[in-house]
Design a protein around this ligand. Structure first.
Ligand code: GAP
Length: 439
């Protein structure tokens, strides 16, 4: 399949739109910004929540074999000693001998991106975990880490979840939450940041079934992005070579997305074997096994892990959705977002500020508000208001006009086609449910 083609300024336009329309702001901007951290604005928080809800719906809510968890972010060194992160969660750090800038050796092809020099110090292993202290007394006993992945919470709670839910393999524990990595070179907007959100699921299986479930989850996760509107030519699978595998992995396949800088990781699906449960069992002294009463067999389950980034996925959805086309002889920018991801799903637009129209518009907002995220906008011409909604991806605009007062009907406009249809108010919810495929 041919690779998609981006306009040269595609990324800049998306970053600009994200800032201008309240999706994503540089953090601490009034103080000059803070090291590749970002804040999610009124529209961004809606969209990010929609991404997470879509994941939770597919991975937990609509499955009987997966349960949820929300574990602590602050964690003791013991967890990270057992997981292998204290020893191996490192990137190779080099200093440029000319300009003294620090880089991740495996990302720069031997040339300093700042000054062009080819002379570097020897690479040293730089641990990516943020270390802090818990409580008012300093010292070894107070050391804590901000988790660099959500996964370990699922392993350390394996026995708790088994006991409280009576699940048996194959079953999964899922979690969405913040993770922190002291990345040497964060960048490309929210693609790689030091504080980000992950959506991870640890799926515990009988060892003999691991290979089958590994392939099941690769296919299932790939299909999730397609279902939410990422075109097929923007996605591919990348199987990691044996020598590139993480310390815990017996096999990893990435779902890759075609970013403006090329193919790069969106999500990783790994077969972690029995590495994690065995490590935590050895280090904690607590048995982390499954006892199958029917067969009398006791075993350590293998783990298949689909690990996605919520903030990175949101960026991919934005990049794939941004389009420009021509309407009425003018260029318009639009986000062709799936309605489930759009920050606003319907905009209700009274044609004028006359109290009768605004009153009717309020009734329409109340009618739709229980099922859809609704925005209203009364300022400027209707054409300008349509453009503003197109630009933030609102799939439907409902216009309330003077005829509405007579015929109890409204005009529904489709974002992508700009087609308009007159719909009776009594049938509006049914019409939108049909359009969005909402049962
Ligand atoms: N538990 C396995 C794990 O954490 P990973 O490949 O390091 O695996 C999973 O991370 C996903 O988390 C990535 O595919 C990516 O979407 C997201 N992610 C990782 N590091 C990130 C960062 N610095 N900024 C934004 N997202 C990140």
């Amino acid at each position: 399949m041919a690779e998609p083609v981006y306009a040269p300024d595609h990324l800049d336009k998306v970053i600009n739109l994200a800032k201008r329309r309240g999706f994503i702001f540089p953090s601490a901007e009034i103080y000059g910004g803070f090291r590749s951290t970002y804040d999610y604005g009124p529209l961004g928080v809606n969209m990010l929540r929609n991404v997470k809800n879509a994941w939770w719906s597919a991975m937990v809510q609509r499955r009987q074999d997966v349960v949820g968890l929300d574990a602590a972010i602050l964690s003791p060194p013991a967890i990270w000693a057992a997981s292998g992160h204290l020893e191996t969660f490192t990137d190779p750090l080099v200093d440029c001998k000319k300009c003294h800038e620090r880089w991740r050796e495996d990302k720069i092809d031997g040339v300093c991106p700042q000054c062009g020099s080819r002379e570097f110090t020897e690479a040293r292993a730089f641990n990516l975990m943020f270390k802090t202290q818990a409580g008012p007394v300093e010292g070894d006993g107070a050391t804590a880490y901000l988790r660099p992945e959500t996964a370990q919470g699922m392993f350390t709670n394996f026995a708790n979840v088994l006991q409280t839910t009576r699940k048996k393999p194959p079953f999964g524990i899922a979690q969405i939450g913040k993770s922190f990595r002291n990345e040497i070179t964060p960048g490309n907007f929210v693609f790689r940041t030091r504080e980000f959100e992950q959506m991870e699921m640890e799926y515990f299986v009988p060892p003999a079934e691991a290979e089958e479930w590994y392939h099941y989850w690769i296919a299932t996760r790939f299909a999730w992005y397609l279902d939410l509107g990422i075109p097929e030519d923007f996605l591919r699978q990348h199987v990691h070579a044996k020598e590139d595998l993480s310390h815990y992995s017996r096999g990893t396949t990435d779902v890759e997305f075609f970013y403006p800088w090329g193919w790069d990781e969106l999500e990783g699906i790994a077969n972690r074997g029995d590495y994690d449960l065995t490590q935590h069992s050895t280090h904690s002294g607590v048995r982390l096994e499954y006892f199958d009463q029917a067969s009398g067999e006791r075993y350590t389950p293998y783990v298949i892990e689909p690990a996605a980034g919520a903030t990175r996925a949101m960026m991919a959805f934005l990049l794939a959705a941004y389009h420009e086309d021509e309407v009425g002889g003018e260029t318009r920018a639009l986000l062709r977002l799936d309605w489930r991801l759009a920050p606003y799903q319907v905009a209700v637009l009274p044609l004028s500020k006359k109290p009768e129209l605004e009153g009717l518009a309020t009734r329409v907002v109340d009618l739709l508000g229980a099922e859809y995220v609704v925005d209203t906008d009364v300022t400027q011409s209707i054409g300008k208001r349509y453009r503003r909604q197109d630009e933030v991806g609102t799939p439907y605009c409902v216009t309330v006009d003077f005829d509405s007062l007579e015929d109890d009907a409204v005009t529904v406009r489709d974002r992508d086609t700009t087609d308009q249809v007159r719909v009776p108010l009594a049938g509006l919810l049914t019409y939108l449910r049909d359009q969005t495929g909402r049962a």
